[in-house]
Every structure is written in C-alpha cells, then in structure tokens.
Design a protein around this ligand. Structure first.
Ligand code: AMP
Ligand code: MG
Length: 347
C-alpha cells in the first residue's frame, strides 16, 4: 500500500516534476495528465517497474503498453521508422497519435506483450514531456484507470481508482481531448487504424493518401479471432450502469429512449440520457447529462459522464449515437465497447 500524494502541476510544476522524475528513476509508477487521458507511467526499460503498472491496473499481461517518447530521435532508438511513419510523426507529434512500428531490441517483452511491434507516441503535455526528458527514459504508460473502467480525464478519477496503489498523481486539470490516442499500425504500406482517436482517419488519409480502419473498431471480434490490437478484445470503458447506444433518425431515437427509459423507471431503475445540449429539450422531464454542443465536446465529456452516472447510482445509460466520421468514430468505438456492443438501431 502506498500513501498516494497528489501534486497540482498547474500551480506547483517544479515540485511535481522533480518528485515524478525521482520516483520514475527509482522504478516506481506515477500518474500524470496527457492531452488524451491520464496515464500511469514507468521506465519502459525496466521490466520490474513496468510489471507494477500491470499490477496497479489489474491489466491482462497480453495487452501491450504505449511507449511515450520526447521526440522522433528517441522513437528511432526503439522502433524501425519508415519514411511514411516519419512523415506522420512529424505531422501529428506531439499529439494523440500512436505509431505501431517494428520493435528494435532493448524494450522488455512485458511492455509489448511479446509482440514484435511497439506503439510509440510523443505526448503534448509539458509535464510528462519534461519527466521523459529529465529521467532520460522512455515511459511506458497505459491509461490510469483500473482495467475495464472508463479512462480518467481528471485527477480525482485517478484518485478514485489508484489511491493506495501508486505513490504519486500529477494533477493538471481536465485533459484536452478526453479520449485515448489514435493507434495506427504502420508496419505495412497502408496505415491501419486499430483504435480511433482525435487524429482522425480523414487526417491520416489526407497525408498518407490512404488509410484502412480495422473491423474491430466498431464490431466485436469473433471468438477465435486474434486481435491486431490486443486491447480491443477486452471489456472496456464500462461503468457499473448498463449502457445502450441508440442509433437512427432523431425523432425515432428520442421515442425509443423515452420508451426504454420509462420502462426502467417503472421497474425501479434509475436511467439517464446522454445527449447533445441542443437535444435536451426532447428529454425535459428526464434525468439527463448533456455532453456539449458538438462531437469534440462529446468526446471530451464521455468518460467523465460515464463515471458521473455511476456516482449518481444510475442503472442504465442511454446514448444517442453520433456520426462515425472525424472524432465521432472514436466516440462510437468507446461507447459501443462501454455498451458491450448493445447497439439499438431504429428507423
Ligand atoms: P491504453 O494504454 O490503455 O491506452 O491502451 C493501449 C492500446 O494500444 C491498447 O489497445 C493496445 O492493444 C494498443 N497497443 C499498444 N501497443 C501495441 C502494438 N505493438 N500493437 C498493437 N496495438 C498496440
Ligand atoms: Mg486504457
């Protein structure tokens, strides 16, 4: 058991960074904000330190971690960077873009779950970048939640999941995007999106001329299928409440949600509706969490709202589907998993 300390790096940057660097150097695990979600980081070269991440999260050993670097030069020491990979890194780094490339020797197998590839990302948040630079190590870091639960977008979410399990949380306020990075396999000619994020398929296609999206982004894997991105096969982002995604024309989704909502309520449940602020008029007399004015704001508030629904002891969450374009693909990827693929199609 650790006594977990939280340091606000907006007001106390130097203290926070110094402590984080000392702990990382000592082989410990530290939570920190990135522009995507909060991460749980350790020295990527130390098998023992990385094992502590898996333990703190309860993460399955066959789900690889993303390795965070300070620049492209550091990425080159860890993976084989093709011209195309370099072009995409130059365009999207620092930022929410993870490049999966062939792995070089040096990083322990526990980080990459024994794969011959490695996921590399240069984050934008100045705090974590400074920790990587000062410690001198690349930092292996998954999201800072207990495996399976929604990723943390605020420091108190990390405290909820990690208190006692890690020594330090750096608090940098609400993260910018609210969803994890785009994971893109660059080991063959056509970039393949394994997990969508704020760097969109459209962004990648514009630069690379082509892009593919893995079938597992919006569909469950068949039982005997191996996952290109092992993380995609696990239950993910799930609150305690049951989540339903309702997709179709607005009047029909509103009617469907109302019907199911009323049934839940009369059965003693506590339902809640997640919708755009402008749609809350349709759900006036109901329990609603508005998600903002556009899909970018939906992305930013999604995990926070899922955690809030649990804090309110809601039993069901109804989510109006968003278009699967731009960052909407990432939102649908996460919410469909949170719903255990319970998609309700209405006409
Ligand atoms: P998280 O760290 O929780 O954001 O999850 C990292 C995601 O990146 C998971 O879905 C992993 O399966 C995926 N990932 C990391 N490294 C690789 C890799 N070498 N090949 C494919 N997917 C990867
Ligand atoms: Mg995660």
């Amino acid at each position: 058991m650790y006594k977990t300390e939280t340091i606000n790096i907006k007001t106390d940057f130097e203290t926070g960074i110094e402590k984080a660097v000392a702990l990382i150097k000592a082989g410990e695990v530290v939570a920190f904000p990135t522009e995507t979600v909060y991460g749980l980081g350790a020295n990527a070269f130390s098998e023992e330190a990385v094992r502590k991440i898996f333990k703190a999260k309860g993460r399955p050993a066959d789900n690889p971690l993303i390795v965070h670097v300070a620049d492209i030069a550091q990425a080159e020491t860890l993976g084989e960077i093709s011209d195309k990979a370099r072009m995409l890194m130059e365009a999207f780094w620092p930022g929410p873009f993870t490049a999966v490339v062939r792995k070089k020797a040096g990083i322990p197998d526990v980080v990459t779950a024994g794969l011959d590839t490695i996921g590399l990302r240069m984050p934008k948040n100045p705090g974590i970048l400074e920790v990587i630079k000062r410690s001198g190590f690349p930092i292996a870091a998954p999201s800072a939640n207990i495996s399976g639960s929604p990723s943390p977008t605020e420091a108190f979410h990390v405290e909820t999941d990690m208190a006692g399990r890690i020594p330090l949380i750096l608090d940098g306020g609400h993260t910018e995007y609210g969803l994890e990075s785009t994971v893109c396999d660059l080991t063959s000619d056509t970039p393949l999106i394994l997990r969508p994020g704020a760097v969109t398929a459209e962004d990648i296609k514009e630069l690379a001329g082509m892009v593919e999206i893995s079938a597992s982004v919006l569909q469950p894997l068949n039982e005997n299928e191996t996952a290109a991105s092992p993380g995609m096969k696990y239950t993910h982002y799930a609150p305690n409440a049951q989540v339903f995604v309702v997709k179709g024309p607005k009047e029909s989704t509103v009617a469907q949600i109302r019907k199911m909502y009323e049934k839940d309520e009369s059965g003693g449940g506590k339902p809640i509706v997640f919708c755009f602020a402008s749609d809350s008029v349709y759900f006036k007399d109901m329990n609603v969490l508005t998600q903002g004015k556009d899909v970018t704001e939906v992305a930013r508030s999604l995990f926070k709202n899922l955690r809030e629904a649990d804090a309110m002891a809601c039993t069901t969450v109804y989510f109006q589907a968003v278009p699967e374009t731009g960052i909407g693909l990432a939102v649908m990827n996460r919410i469909i998993r949170a719903a255990g693929f319970k998609l309700i199609l209405v006409k």
